[in-house]
Design a protein around this ligand. Sequence first.
Ligand SMILES: N[C@@H](CCC(=O)N[C@@H](CS)C(=O)NCC(=O)O)C(=O)O
Length: 98
Amino acid sequence: MRGKAVKLYNFGFGPYPQRLNIYLAEKGLSDVQRVMFKTPTDKTGWPPAEIAAISQTGSLPILIDEAGTTVTQSLAILEFLEDRYPAPDIEVLPIPWI
Ligand SMILES: N[C@@H](CCC(=O)N[C@@H](CS)C(=O)NCC(=O)O)C(=O)O
């Protein structure tokens, strides 16, 4: 089976990851392949090699599209997805201090 075009590396817990988890649920988007990680309790073993190869900080969420475009930061990812999948319209509000 072919993988989906857009991959989202994420945790199931935490405020920034949950922005994406809630957005995807509200949006009903199934085009995004979700690669979920168990939330680390400390830095031991984090980031795993798969994430370290993408991001030095190991901070999630991270999105990669089929062209290899890599988007970090939850709000930037929300805007990227909203541009790419405009329907149904979900207003992504800029929160300048985050
Ligand atoms: N400003 C970032 C914050 C992301 C962030 O802090 N993610 C936390 C989880 S809530 C994380 O990845 N922690 C693990 C780490 O930084 O190694 C965003 O909006 O995506």
